[in-house]
Design a protein around this ligand. Sequence first.
Ligand SMILES: *Cc1c(COP(=O)(O)O)cnc(C)c1O
Length: 372
Amino acid sequence: MNFETIAAQAAHQIDAATGAVAPPIYLSTTFERDADGEYSRGFVYSRSDNPNRRALEQCLAMLEGSAVAAAFGSGSAATAAVFQALAPGDHVIAPDDCYHGTSRMLREVFAPWGLETSFVNMTDVDSVSKAMQPNTRLIWVETPSNPLLKITDITRMAGIAHSAGARCACDNTWASPMLQRPFELGADLVVHSTTKYLSGHEDVTGGAVVSREDSEIFQRVRLIQNLCGAVPSPFDCWLALRGIRTLPARMPYHSANAGRLARFLQDNPKVSAVHYPGLPEHPGHDIAARQMSDFGGMLSFQVAGGRDAAMDVAARVRLFVRATSLGGTQSLIEHRASIEGPDSPTPDDLLRVSVGLENADDLIADLAQALG
Ligand SMILES: *Cc1c(COP(=O)(O)O)cnc(C)c1O
């Protein structure tokens, strides 16, 4: 089945009891046991499994072209489950430019727990090979990266991992399974913040670990999901599935809008740099063109005049909303360094933009007046 068909039907079977076309929401926390002590209908307790969560997990696995998925209450909970599935004393290689919450989690939660991490510039393949250690168990990839839109070659990262008996996990949040297919490029695990493009409407927090196969590491993720319990509510699963239904209609529009904004910004004298992999000048453009079917709705740019000038632009926008997060229908703009805090590696003249589904001319006019 093709991607659009999977998404539009969101792995939904018509409700047998009522004929309902939209799926019912199963709020029940517990499920009836058979007289003989079995659970023939397959559900016991909602932390362990729930019909809405199972439908979301099946749909996510189908969308990524894989075997299995485990849904979590946030992208961060999904990320944590992957690291928890490793053992103290293991070593992870992660990008030096990755989602700030992921790098903080590795430094502030998993380092004290015993996980060792090397943060490297993954656009330099040799530096990844050099960072490999006998105890390296995982290469964590995030591409395009946050917030500099660096592009990492997934095939080469998976190759380095596999030649050492390690795994490769890819945070595919920014591209979505529509634009980037990490399993076809060799990744073993895919992680999503479903809060972003998959849900797509800025109204649900969620995450998932998707696995190429029902492997040992995935079985540990499943165990952690059940025993540690960072699970999404039935309504959150329902909302995520509702968003997924329109993913194939949204992603090309996000990408087209972002491409137009990137070209506008590139020509503006008040802008000193634009980071968007769809621009031929972007250092990762060739790899992105190979491993993505389009370049997505995220970009960042640097404002000539430094931090204050960047803050002024963010203060003057009218259509863009000054807010964190991404992937929804409304365009958001964010001064990233100040939200990441004093140890942030992000340039302080940088604004990150999540390009929404508004008319591109309106967005360009708003940025033009804000840049002055
Ligand atoms: C938002 C985000 C996360 C974290 O997801 P939450 O749902 O906010 O916990 C992880 N990775 C990337 C790339 C993100 O954009």
